[in-house]
Design a protein around this ligand. Structure first.
Ligand code: ZN
Length: 199
């Protein structure tokens, strides 16, 4: 269940995503790692600036704080990963190996998102350690959550598309615009093809 604390942390991630894009020339993807109740770490995608394929926001947070996460596991503290974008296969894999308890994300990534892959196709190790996943289309509807909860699936999809579109438009002048629009087009396609089937 999404709580206010989650929204606060997503807000931090969104601000970092903006900084990454506007000030640092990186991709607009921000992430926050919460270890236990008190430890918070923030990062953004640096794949572009570092010319490094693994320097995704989420992966960097996990790798750079691996020893703290290890200790948190010993102490049975929860480890939660927040991201402005649905994690890719690499970051989801890193989360599994770090035994992340939950992943909360904002925008679905119809292009490279891996949080909703068929878990039955995974190996036993990954399946047993797959984090609780929250966010995506439902989270994008948070400003209207009460109505959305009562709405039919078709309405939920339409509202999600609208909010996602608004989110993308904030980066209208962005060099990433084409990439984001491409992702949006794929998302729309996916949504339109599933709009006849209730969630
Ligand atoms: Zn990734």
């Amino acid at each position: 269940m999404i709580v206010v604390e989650d929204l606060d942390r997503l807000d931090v991630a969104v601000n970092r995503a903006k900084t990454a894009l506007l000030d640092l020339g990186d991709r607009p993807i921000g992430a926050v790692l919460a270890i236990g109740d008190n430890l918070l770490f923030i990062d953004h995608s640096q794949a572009k600036s570092k010319k490094n394929c693994w320097a995704h926001a989420e992966n960097q947070l996990l790798v750079n704080h691996s020893h703290l996460i290890w200790q948190a596991q010993q102490d049975k503290k929860p480890v939660v990963l927040y991201s402005t974008m649905e994690c890719c296969l690499m970051c989801a894999g890193a989360a599994v190996h770090h035994r992340v308890s939950r992943i909360v994300y904002l925008c679905p990534d119809a292009l490279g998102g891996a949080l909703h892959i068929n878990q039955e196709a995974l190996d036993v190790f990954s399946r047993q350690r797959w984090p609780e996943i929250e966010g995506g289309l439902e989270l994008l509807c948070l400003p209207h959550l009460d109505e959305i909860q009562q709405a039919r699936a078709r309405t939920l999809f339409k509202d999600s598309v609208w909010l996602y579109e608004q989110w993308i438009q904030r980066w209208d002048e962005s060099p990433e615009k084409d990439l984001l629009q491409n992702q949006f087009a794929l998302l729309r396609e996916k949504i339109e093809s599933s709009s006849s089937n209730p969630v």
